[in-house]
Write a new protein. Sequence first.
Length: 437
Amino acid sequence: MREAHAHIAAYGQSLALPNLAACTSLAECLDRVRDAAASVNAGEWVRFLGARVEAWPERRWPTLTELDRAAPHRPCFIMSFDHHAAAANTPAMRAGGVWVPRLSEPGAPWNPHQRGIPVPPNGLVCTHEHGEPTGLLLEQAAYKVWDAAPEPSRAECRENVRLALEALHALGYREVHDLHSQDWLGPVLADLDTNGQMPMDRVLLYPNVNKLSAMHQTRARWENLKIRLAGGKLFADGTLNSRTAHMLTPYAEPLNSLTFGQPMASAEQIADALALTRSLDLTLAVHAIGDAAVRTVLDVYEQSSPSTPRHLDTLSPLLRIEHAELIDAADVPRFAKLGVVASVQPCHLLSDMEVLTRQLPHRLDRVLPLRDLIDSGAEVWFGSDVPIVRAECEDSIQAATQRRRAGMDQQGAIAPRQRITEQEARRCFTPPARAND
């Protein structure tokens, strides 16, 4: 069985960090922050993963003031389950270099016409109308603060990878694709393999396109039949829960000025990434969740495709679009026509139901159009995006075949006409046979 979209090292690290996946309210979140802050030494970070704010009755992040009160003397950082938004307190924001002075402080950059302070290339420190920070950080702003916390040692990274692979193997996976691979991951995997600690038959690596050339130069040192550099990854937009996924139509309640979400790569950058991966005979994997992002990627690919593209070459496609959670009806047949793999994670439907129904009620019929994709002849791969959500394949099978959470009334199903059969869903987890298998 193939896990076509995972983050191996992050999954391993998530097994050790506190997680808010089971948190049911803002009050519970703040209670857990207070307890954690009281249990660590002064100056140590308080970090949580897995916050799913749209599922809380308050439907909002903790404010900067609330986090400052809950953890007054320690940097506190709460990452959204989708890893594209976070809430932070004052010490954490200062440590990450994204602090926006309050109006009473010198240098306060208040601009009544500006909602949010940009953090290049695609981040935003969200602010109130009067210019003060709310504590919510989007995209690069969130990662600047995350990166300010102490990094795991190389030994800890190796152990995280080992634990993640063991956990995925226990779930029945024998092939895993790592989307956004670190430059040290290939050598660590090779070391695990040498020491008999590699449970997978195959691991395919997709580093950020900015690191692809450097990793390509080192691949001979760590590649083997089990471990392979397969391509590069590019982000075309953000996510739904962070309301940064790039949409053709507006969100009902956009964050700050991001009415349609935001593109995170221009057409020129996508074209350059395609040219690079083609020159190295590798695949480009593009994160595109919103329907506008999906269309942009398909447009660029169609305009830059060779006269005889490798249609449905499932061993090494030229392009795979990751997530594709909303696809306009006009764009569905283009996947098969262009030979683009739809690398989707149906399990995201289960965690995104609140944000979809609240923010995009007019586009629910375009959510994960699996029936249309398969009927059009598109190649569809399933993964989980672990640790964003659980890696269990049954979650994606539930979402793909029922279009709703287990136990939910059928009236709550999203785009029920896009259901596929269980056999079809399991086939999307099955990698094609290879010559050396």
